[in-house]
Design a binder for this molecule. Structure first.
Ligand SMILES: Cc1ncc(COP(=O)(O)O)c(C=O)c1O
Ligand SMILES: N[C@@H](CCOP(=O)(O)O)C(=O)O
Length: 462
């Protein structure tokens, strides 16, 4: 399998190259040159364990990078760390409504599903190559802790993780900043998540520094993140009668990585009727998919802080397909977006996108009500991101008659204040995290400035 950049001007790479590169050298994102077809294999995959399904799904993407037994071992190791045997269990909420719990990994969010595998891939491949990298990442709260958990203590990896100062929950911050391993470096940036993500991209685009520091990425700009997340879409479908019965998914959305993984599964032949893109009041994606206006506004804080994002990295991957996989056209569109903060999707491309996607914006009050109502009706306590998707599913359902699977992306204990306010119940952290509030923290504070960040990283790696 070969990977091409969405901007068409970077080297074509194999899986190992795309994994280690993260962002393409032309500023684009890697995508597979063509989609493998899985439709004819789905019937045979019914009843597989999550691990076996992950192996079947990932093997064609990984290709020569790892022998099959080694890939199988990494997958078993990754999902052995999960707190539920099914890895990503389904819970039935109503006759045609389901929740897929993606938060049974070590840091209690869906990021663990990909990151536990990614950490092992980095370790295996870098050790074999005798190389080391500096992982530079941006987080609105969950990617950071999942990456730190997966990469802490690895001799071949230095992690520099940026989070927006004061804009993540205390649990999220402490999950990152209380990790004392020498290879972990947290930075609180005086800005928003968008600023953090832009800083990461700026440093990746400074090619001399990028090469010197051997920068690598674990955000969903890294293709390996996306492909690992396609597995649970297929797992849900097969558990609910797929491939004979199509299903829909409601996905709480910020950086468009998770829902893009659903799109990738559909492109490979999974029968998906609709993907509901549910945003909080940072609604750039809802506007883009409803009106064609992809234009940034100011990032607004919400009770679902991990989705307080305006510039959604992975939207570029969808735009690549909507532009007929013409990298030059995407580069032109993204240059225009960079300069003006606005991109208009042509009506025919919008029609094409809307055949699969349905997008809704969910306000704060509705999110709170949804947390409260879900507890009253089902006894389940959901986190605010999951609540955005549940509310989005209800709003978008309309004529969708097939089962709707809402992705539960985080454990409620990561957002105790909002959950307690909506339910009166303070969700408890698991016992292994019971002393989180007593642990010492270590992090730097930097202005939103690429030069300051570059010299900070140079100081770390020498
Ligand atoms: C808990 C949670 N839900 C949903 C999202 C949105 O996912 P994505 O950025 O892949 O759209 C995030 C952040 O990525 C998150 O941390
Ligand atoms: N919500 C994310 C934002 C980064 O998204 P990613 O999927 O691109 O890593 C977070 O929790 O950090």
């Amino acid at each position: 399998m070969r990977y091409v950049s969405t901007r068409g001007a970077a080297p074509v790479l194999d899986f190992e190259g795309a994994l280690l590169a993260g962002l393409a050298r032309d500023g684009g994102l890697y995508v597979p040159e063509s989609w493998p077809e899985i439709g004819h294999r789905l019937t045979f995959w019914r009843g597989l364990s999550y691990q076996s399904l992950a192996f079947e799904m990932l093997a064609p993407f990984v290709g020569e990078a790892l022998p099959a037994p080694a890939l199988g071992d990494l997958i078993d190791g990754a999902y052995g760390s999960f707190g539920h045997k099914a890895v990503c269990p389904l819970v039935q909420l109503g006759p045609n409504d389901f929740l897929m719990e993606l938060f049974h990994g070590p840091t209690l969010a869906f990021k663990d599903v990909a990151m536990q595998l990614l950490g092992r891939l980095f370790n295996t491949i870098l050790t074999r190559r005798g190389e080391s990298v500096t992982v530079l990442g941006a987080t609105s709260g969950d990617t950071g802790s999942a990456a730190i958990e997966a990469l802490k203590g690895l001799p071949a990896v230095t992690v520099v993780m940026l989070h927006p100062k004061g804009r993540v929950s205390e649990v999220q911050r402490r999950q990152m900043t209380t990790v004392m391993d020498g290879n972990i470096h947290n930075v609180a940036v005086e800005g928003t998540f968008d600023d953090c993500q832009a800083l990461v991209k700026t440093l990746f685009n400074r090619l001399e520094f990028r090469d010197k520091a051997r920068l690598s990425a674990v955000n969903s700009i890294n293709w390996a993140r996306i492909v690992a997340q396609t597995v649970y879409y297929v797992y849900a479908s097969l558990a609910l009668g797929g491939p004979d019965r199509p299903i829909s998914f409601a996905v709480p959305t910020g950086n468009f990585g998770d829902v893009y993984a659903g799109y990738a599964a559909a492109k490979m032949g999974l029968p998906v009727e609709k993907l509901v893109v549910a945003t909080n009041r940072n609604d750039i994606l809802a506007r883009a998919l409803n009106t064609g206006d992809y234009s940034t506004g100011t990032v607004q804080p919400t009770i679902s802080p991990s989705m307080d994002i305006q510039v959604a990295s992975n939207f570029e991957r969808l735009l690549f397909d909507l532009h007929g996989r013409d990298g030059t056209a995407v580069a032109r569109a993204m240059d225009g977006f960079q300069a003006t903060g606005r991109l208009t999707i042509a009506p025919d491309a919008l029609d094409q996108a809307r055949r699969l996607f349905r997008a809704v914006k969910v306000d704060e009050e509705t999110t709170r009500e949804t947390i409260g109502r879900t507890k009253a009706e089902t006894g389940l306590i959901v986190d605010p991101h999951t609540a955005v998707a549940l509310a989005g599913a209800a709003q978008a359902r309309g004529d969708i008659g097939v089962p709707m699977v809402t992705l539960a992306t985080a454990h409620p204990a990561k957002f105790p204040t909002a959950v307690e306010a909506a339910t009166g119940v303070l969700p408890a952290l698991p016992p292994r995290m019971a002393d989180l509030y007593q642990r010492d923290e270590r992090y730097a504070v930097l202005p939103n400035d690429a030069d300051a960040l570059q010299s900070h990283i140079s100081g770390i790696i020498g």
